[in-house]
Ligand binder design. Structure first.
Ligand code: ZN
Length: 181
């Protein structure tokens, strides 16, 4: 197994939750085999940028908002952008600019205990129990191999789809039975 070198840029010193950010990024990279033998740079966003995070994937840089509490959900999402770029460079057919694909792929590899936000970026707030979220996202990536509507399906299984708003909990009984979850 290769090593991922993580370089924290000088700007990280100014981050309000510096220790937390460093700890969480170091933990998160363990879940990204694509980043092995790569150097990942971590920095902070321009103060005028109100995003939680951004990735400059080609240059292997992830940046976070200076005053935002760093969550694993955000960190996994940004690292996933870089991982997707690397998959693309290796010839995999992955959508480079889809935020939803990025989020689904990131959540699919998260241990449930690291999920520290209610909402999934660009997807919404799932109505299913947290421990099912990574399984459902993994299932959606499987489904993607043969279907184009994997995002809609994923949102439906998570109970995030717009169609389901206000309709109460989504029925995923069949899916759970299938998975033995
Ligand atoms: Zn993104």
């Amino acid at each position: 197994m290769g090593v991922t070198e993580v370089v924290f840029l000088k700007s990280v010193d100014k981050h309000k939750f510096k220790e937390e950010l460093i700890k969480k990024v170091k933990e998160a990279v363990k879940y990204f085999p694509e980043l092995e033998n790569e150097t990942i740079y971590v920095g902070i966003l321009d103060s005028k940028d109100d995003a939680e995070g951004r990735a400059d994937s080609v240059n292997r840089i992830v940046k976070f908002r200076i005053d935002a509490y760093p969550t694993y959900v955000t960190i996994f999402h940004e690292l996933m952008h870089v991982a997707i770029e690397i998959m693309y460079e290796k010839g995999e057919r992955v959508p480079l600019t889809s935020e939803k694909f990025c989020s689904i792929s990131a959540m699919a590899r998260m241990p449930p205990e690291l999920i520290d936000e209610e909402a999934i970026p660009y997807i919404g707030t799932p109505r299913v129990p947290k421990h099912l979220v990574p399984k459902i996202c993994k299932e959606a990536l499987e489904y993607r191999k043969h279907h184009r509507n994997y995002i809609e399906k994923c949102e439906e299984w998570l109970g995030c789809s717009i169609k389901q708003w206000g309709k109460g909990s989504v029925d995923i009984t069949a899916w759970i039975k299938n998975e033995g979850a």
